[in-house]
Design a protein around this ligand. Structure first.
Ligand SMILES: [Zn+2]
Ligand SMILES: [Zn+2]
Length: 459
């Protein structure tokens, strides 16, 4: 189990300790089972310790202490405990305390180291981020400056253009004025010429008339008529209308605006530092994997065959080992038992546990046959299974239905069925509500192709 090293080492140790103390003793589970499970808890804790999985070791040592020092003495059957069990427990509690202390010390050192490492990495990460931020800031500043420069240049260009337009306009006006004056001058010349011609011809005519009439006082020619000049139609001077607005197309396109709110996109950054390693199991309850040898059912059906032909159930205890934070079933312990067509009861439980104890085995569930029925969990099966799963969350119930060629690998639903069945006080076959589901196929149970089951038949 790994935890993202954000928390202070002391906080991490404390949260592990609280996991260790978060254990309840169910008064409906026989006290005997707790003594058996206690041995298995210590066995598992030692495996974790040897494998240097100090977190899980610490949780289990803490659990052991919580159960046997604090909780179990309040169990209604505690006084019925055998002197051997009490003696063994006393011995184990004495071992559990220093082991819990030892793992705690080791964990503190590990967590301190983790934390320092994390702080170092965090410092580097922040420095890198600051570096990126400053770079971005510099880029923004540069773009802002460039934008301003462009703006100045654009304004200068526009002013120059306006000036040249104005000059052009003045030039046109001047040209028009010159043209007007030139036209006026020409008109005057024409008029003078016409006048002169008129005068000449009038004088000639008068002279001729005078000659003809012999008159001496032919008189002066009439003054030139200005009406005629006016009627000549000179255009009245009027400056040309020039559009001084600057055509839009002549404007420089404005430079792209920079969104200064733009942040560094952290989603593309590697996230290794932040990632949390998943809980030990990959299934939805975070359970450890439980490996079942592929020949388990086959071998069990062989030793159950005689009962099956007599339409009698057969049952066995699934036992196994813990290694690398996963369970593997290694044995089926078949106890002395009495059975009917739809029930099976193990006799002399103590004998079963002695056999398992001598082999350092853990109780990982049970297996039984349904000689004629399909593979399902009857209400009695659910109640039989419940204590197994209370003791070991990964415990599984294998139901073999040879006549239907079916096998079920069942567990009570962790979020409902386990609580529901442990609270159900009914006995014998009785209905349970089907929703929400009380049991399901255990997702953490996996068939292991490279291990084989061993059968210890005690019948
Ligand atoms: Zn059954
Ligand atoms: Zn019930």
């Amino acid at each position: 189990m790994e935890v993202t090293p954000y928390e202070e080492p002391s906080v991490r140790v404390r949260s592990l300790a609280s996991l260790g103390s978060a254990v309840e003793v169910d008064p409906n589970v026989p006290v005997m089972r707790y003594f058996r499970s206690g041995k298995e808890i210590m066995r598992m804790a030692d495996v974790y310790y040897d494998e240097r999985n100090y977190e899980n070791a610490f949780i289990l040592y803490s659990k052991y202490i919580t159960i046997f020092v604090e909780k179990l003495p309040k169990h209604p059957q505690y006084k019925q405990a055998t002197p051997e069990d009490l003696k063994d427990t006393k011995k184990k509690v004495k071992q559990a305390f220093p082991k819990a202390e030892d793992t705690k010390t080791k964990l503190k050192q590990i967590f301190e180291k983790d934390f320092k490492l994390w702080q170092e990495k965090e410092k580097q990460r922040l420095a890198k981020e600051e570096c990126i931020r400053q770079k971005q800031e510099r880029m923004n500043e540069e773009q802002r400056r460039k934008h301003e420069e462009d703006e100045v240049e654009r304004r200068q260009l526009q002013e120059a253009k306006e000036l040249s337009l104005m000059e052009e306009q003045q030039r046109i006006v001047e040209e028009q004025r010159q043209a007007f004056l030139e036209e006026q001058r020409r008109a005057q010349q024409r008029e003078e010429a016409e006048q002169m011609a008129l005068e000449t011809s009038t004088a000639a005519a008068a002279a001729a008339a005078a000659v003809a009439a012999g008159a001496e006082d032919a008189g002066l020619p009439p003054p030139p008529s200005y009406d005629a000049v006016k009627a000549g139609g000179y255009s009245v001077y009027k400056p040309a209308e020039v559009d001084t607005t600057i055509p839009k197309s002549s404007l420089r396109p404005s430079p792209p605006t920079i969104d200064r709110s733009l942040k560094v996109d952290r989603s593309t950054k590697p996230m290794n530092l932040m990632s949390t390693v998943t809980a030990s199991g990959s299934n939805r309850y975070g359970l450890r994997d439980l490996f079942i040898p592929r020949d388990t059912v086959e071998k069990f059906l062989v030793i159950a065959r005689e009962n099956t032909t007599l339409n009698l159930e057969t049952c066995g205890i699934l036992a196994g080992k813990l290694a690398q934070d996963a369970f593997t079933i290694t044995h089926i312990v078949v106890p002395k038992q009495t059975s009917t067509s739809d029930s099976c009861t193990a006799l002399n439980e103590g004998e079963i546990f002695d056999v398992m104890d001598s082999r350092d085995l853990l109780t990982l569930g049970w297996i039984h046959t349904h000689p004629t029925q399909t593979a399902f969990m009857s209400s009695i099966d659910l109640h039989t299974h419940c204590p197994y799963q209370i003791m070991m969350a990964e415990a599984i119930a294998i139901v073999c239905a040879p006549t239907h060629n079916q096998t079920g690998y069942f567990s009570l639903t962790q979020d409902h069925g386990l609580q529901f069945i442990s609270n159900c006080k009914e006995v014998g076959f009785h209905p349970h509500p089907s929703q929400p589901p009380i049991y399901e196929e255990g997702q953490h149970a996996k068939i292991s192709i490279n291990s084989s089951i061993q059968i210890i038949d005690m019948r």
